[in-house]
Write a new protein. Structure first.
Length: 251
């Protein structure tokens, strides 16, 4: 009889395997082989013999979500399989759960990591790089990797411990709102980098940095137009024209 309780050692192996989620990506079932590879140590602890074969067959079908948010899904699946093995009544099976959450988690992960953390890490590294520091690559890798490693490990552990209770827990994390705040932080960071570069350039060209104050009303006005739905492309052309005019006046 297999012990259906997963130890921390098993969970660590599963978490390490999630790093290879897309190593066997295919066009038909996308991440299914990587997900099954990550699930395998847990399924082997829960099942034996024919039951293990059936479990492997269940999870060899289509799987696709954000790779950093796959860990909570895998943790919840293993919790439900453990309950199935222990003959507990479950409202949703692991296969049904997977189909329910794959798409929403993919959207949240894209917004948080690709649309939020990656630009933030790049912006912070850029700010360090323009100051002539060789620590820029370290800043980039640290800011981007620490959050996703945290999501992988904590998501897996909580998913396995809470089961379906992980769904409201993730809702409490308010990932879409967090993604918006990170994007706003990135904009502020890039604005600071632009101001720093302007100050350096103005000092080198012996131009008073007070000219930069002329940009404030322009930036506020363009932000207002953007919020009102004004064309971004038109704003880019207006911004370019403004910079050309400012360059002529400063000469």
């Amino acid at each position: 009889m297999a012990d259906s309780t997963l130890t921390y050692g098993t969970l660590r192996r599963i978490m390490a395997r999630t790093l290879l989620l897309q190593a066997s990506w295919n066009f038909e079932r996308l991440q299914n082989l990587g997900a099954l590879f990550a699930l395998a140590p847990g399924l082997r602890k829960i099942y034996r013999g024919e039951e293990l074969k059936e479990a492997f067959h269940r999870y060899s079908s289509y799987f696709n979500t954000h790779p950093f948010l796959a860990s909570p899904v895998i943790g919840m699946i293993l919790a439900l399989e453990r309950e199935r093995k222990e003959k507990k009544a479950i409202d949703v099976g692991g296969d049904e759960l997977r189909k329910m959450v794959m798409a929403p988690y993919a959207a949240m992960g894209d917004a948080l990591f690709w649309g939020g953390m990656r630009p933030l890490a790049a912006g912070a590294a850029l700010l360090v790089a323009v100051k002539g520091s060789f620590w820029a690559p370290v800043v980039l890798l640290t800011i981007f990797n620490l959050p996703h490693v945290w999501f992988r490990w904590v998501g897996l552990r909580l998913g396995y411990r809470l089961g379906l209770g992980m769904l409201p827990r993730i809702q409490k994390w308010r990932i879409p709102d967090l993604a918006v705040r990170i994007k706003e932080t990135t904009i502020v960071l890039l604005g600071g980098a632009c101001a720093y570069l302007f100050a350096i350039t103005a000092r080198q060209d012996e131009v008073a940095t007070g000219w930069g104050l002329l940009l404030l009303p322009v930036i506020v006005f363009m932000s207002y137009l953007t919020r009102k739905g004004f064309s971004i492309l038109a704003l880019v052309f207006c911004s370019a024209a403004f910079w050309v005019l400012a360059g002529v006046l400063m000469k």
